[in-house]
Design a protein around this ligand. Structure first.
Ligand code: J2J
Length: 536
């Protein structure tokens, strides 16, 4: 009998068996996948980060030597470790060293701050927290001291020295052993973050078996081979960056990942020219920056064959400009960390590629498009998207009450997205029912920001919504009702932003706009009408 991490909802046994029989789940761990590639693509470059290039062989050695270091710190199977790293080569070593041991990384974003990191560490009862010294003007080492002091389960804080060059784990690297099996392919490999609709982000448990299925298929669907060079500029630990086709897809295919700290044309275009980059993954606002950049024409972008765009809806108008302006194919990606990922295919007709967000990865992804009563709608009609399948979770980590809401009794995940399915199974995203803001691909849970605003001494009530924005799709706006005794000079937008930053949340969640109001518009049942606020 397979032992699961406590708090994880397993796939039903008969389906697990089916997914194995069909060859979706192959009984391989993510570390096995890496070491297969190390053997096959030995001398090829796995990752390029600035002036540093790491071959598959070097990566394999470093992972094995670092995993011994981690092991000596007492990190092993099932142990949660919060990893918060920016786009640096060391990320590969850290994450694979944890995978090798069967430890469970919890993937924080570099943008997260104290409130979020403290929550991830305490909720997951993490044994260690791994971050950098300083990066992008923020002192992560100082944060780690606070975290260590406040979260009793944290035994070790590991700081990756990125400011001072390459000497990153001098004390931790040990004489490498061989790759071994410390865990089961049916184990949870990591905890990914949900975009969130609730006061606290939910954690998503993905197994080695289910994740590797999406990795192999994504690499194939995205056309990766050992000759591919892929640009990674989105936050490194995001599900899109990890696996659609992402870092893992590249490693599986023997391709090279080029890391960029940011996707702006000034950074990305020179890298494309220099490394002859063949594909890149972007969110819509960055794709718009590329399309409108005066630097197009200044750099040789001719190696770029495929541009993936996803994470938020790409407008059809922008989609149509990709090929003529950038000279490459567009591939739309509509995915979610909970599982389901859709891609347009590389051999689809242009008209499909610019108007649809894609087709599911697996023939065994069961897609339901239903009305508000749960009754399936016909193809061509908009409805709520529900999904179940070989790589979609059956529940969030340690969240039985939330799971009753977010999964139906048959185990389908309610995505909260409103889509239209065509007769070929392709989906077009036309809206959203969940209370979430998609700020250019970065997800904000209004309730999380509202709760923080409510902790302000002068705030009586707060309602946070997404308002339309040309570049980002949506921006974050907070409507605030003040207490009677509020001092107006203390609740200016500037002061409220400062207050939220002191609370320690990621900058992308801090509202772009504030409006002080007397009362909120109400729906006919007396709830706050966010719809009216969005359209105000
Ligand atoms: C409209 N909405 C989209 C798209 C995601 C690949 C790509 C993206 C994610 C991701 C991912 C969209 N058009 N093309 O994990 O592996 C919105 C939907 C969805 C939510 C999921 C991947 N692509 N979305 O964005 O977990 O609302 O994953 O439910 O961050 O983003 O967000 P997230």
């Amino acid at each position: 009998e397979h032992v699961l991490l406590e708090g994880v909802v397993p796939f039903p046994e008969h389906l697990a068996q089916l997914y194995r029989e069909k060859g979706y789940w192959r009984g391989e761990t993510i570390a096995d996948m890496l070491f297969n590639s190390v053997e096959r693509y030995f001398d090829r470059i796995a990752v390029i980060d600035g002036a540093e290039s790491v071959t598959y062989a070097q990566l394999g050695q470093r992972v094995l030597s670092l995993s011994r270091g981690f092991q000596e710190l007492g990190i092993g199977r099932f142990d949660r470790v919060v990893v918060q790293l920016p786009n640096v080569a060391a990320y590969f070593e850290v994450v694979f060293a944890l995978f090798e041991l069967g430890a469970v990384p919890v993937f924080a974003l570099a943008a997260h701050r104290k409130a979020e990191i403290e929550y991830f560490c305490s909720f997951s009862e993490a044994k260690a927290y791994i971050t950098v010294d300083k990066y992008g003007g923020f002192d992560y080492e100082a944060l780690s001291v606070e975290i260590k002091a406040e979260v009793p389960t944290i035994e070790n804080v590991i700081i990756v020295d990125v400011s001072n060059g390459l000497s990153r784990f001098s004390q931790l690297y040990q004489e490498p052993r061989c790759h071994e099996l410390y865990c089961s392919p049916a184990d949870v490999a990591f905890l990914q973050l949900s975009g969130g609709t609730t006061g606290k982000p939910k954690l998503i448990p993905r197994t080695h078996d289910d994740y590797l299925y999406t990795v192999r298929e994504s690499a194939r669907i995205c056309g990766l081979s050992s000759g591919s060079v892929h640009l990674t500029s989105l936050p490194i630990a995001h599900n899109y960056t990890m696996s659609s086709p992402g870092i893992l897809g590249c490693l599986f295919a023997g391709a090279t990942t080029v890391l960029a700290h940011d996707g702006n044309p000034e950074i990305a275009f020179p890298l494309i020219e220099k490394h002859r980059i063949t594909s890149a993954s972007l969110v819509p606002p960055v794709a718009l920056l590329w399309l409108n950049s005066p630097l197009v024409g200044e750099f040789d972008l001719s190696s770029l064959a495929v541009l993936q765009v996803g994470g938020a809806k790409l407008s059809e108008e922008a989609a149509r400009r990709i090929k003529p302006v950038l000279g490459c194919r567009l591939q739309q990606v509509f995915g979610m960390a909970e599982g389901l990922v859709n891609y347009t295919r590389l051999d689809d007709e242009d008209e499909v590629v610019v108007t649809k967000q894609g087709l599911r990865i697996s023939p065994d992804d069961e897609i339901l498009v239903v009305d508000d009563d749960g009754v399936p709608v016909r193809n061509g009609q908009a409805g709520n998207l529900l999904v179940r399948g070989p790589y979609t979770i059956r529940g969030y980590y340690k969240a039985p009450d939330q799971n009753k809401k977010d999964f139906n009794p048959e185990g389908f995940y309610r995505t909260g997205d409103v889509v239209i399915q065509d007769d070929h199974g392709y989906l077009t995203v036309v809206g959203r029912k969940k209370d979430q803001i998609n700020r250019g691909g970065e997800k904000v849970a209004p309730e999380e920001v509202e709760n923080l605003l409510l902790s302000h001494a002068y705030v009586h009530d707060a309602s946070v919504v997404g308002i339309p924005n040309d570049l980002l799709g949506e921006k974050v706006k907070a409507f605030v009702i003040l207490k009677a005794d509020a001092d107006a000079s203390e609740v200016t937008p500037f002061k409220l932003k400062k207050f939220l930053r002191t609370k320690g949340i990621a900058e992308f969640k801090v509202p772009d706009e504030f409006e002080i109001v007397e009362k909120f518009p109400e729906t006919f049942v007396g709830k706050v009408s966010k719809k009216a606020q969005r359209n105000a």
